[in-house]
Design a protein around this ligand. Sequence first.
Ligand code: KIV
Length: 277
Amino acid sequence: MSESLYGGTSSRRVTIRDLQQAKLAGDRWPMLTAYDYSTAQVFDAAGVPVLLVGDSAANVVYGYDTTLPVSVEELLPLVRGVVRGSKRALVVADLPFGSYQASPQQALETASRFLKEGGAHAVKLEGGARMVPQVELLAASGVPVMAHIGLTPQSVHALSGYRVQGRGDEAAGRLLEDAKALQAAGAFAVVLEVVPFDLAKKITHELRIPTVGIGAGVECDAQVLVWQDMAGLRVDGKPAKFVKQYADLTAVLTDAVHRFADEVQAGTYPGAEHSYH
Ligand code: KIV
């Protein structure tokens, strides 16, 4: 694929090799979360090269307070829907909390389920150097792994909340070493979540693999957002500082619901054109 990754016209699936080439070419790309067939179709047709079935499904699909409760059984059907809904995007399945931390073997068993039963093309897991044995076994077994460091929401309690990570020389040095260790272990990309701009820039320049930023500034090779944040589909809570809302889907949907309900109440829907005679 020599054209840009975003919006490319090739109908074959994007591969991790394409992501590597994009890094070398300085070609930046967007990644979005997706959790179902219909939105996967829209994002795929719009040219988004990588779709993540994030464990953020815990929040935006299942309504849990954190990402901790969501299970493999809850995520697998979402992965299937996203894979069926996409033709070109590389689909990455998030490994949920408790499904990979115990051992590299546990990680391989869970990842195998997402690839065999879900049809995913890669998996993502959270954690720095301590995840090196997991990444090594997955990579050696032919499972592409996207790493995720910085603010890792599955560790929200250990991190004492959702806060910026890697501030100060020592913490920044640790995060850089984590990123290098994950790359050496065979990760094909690394998500940097909520880390200072300068640190994300340094990590991005020092790694051969692409960095995918979320709250990590513009110097990352790629950017990811939870699609509901990106499109303004949110009823409660305040979006994080790094979220840019590109639409107001809450307003669009609310308006559509009101007009539908009003017409039902008034007896003007369905009209003759929507009826069978
Ligand atoms: O679960 C998720 O959506 C994620 C992204 C925000 C990176 O991990």
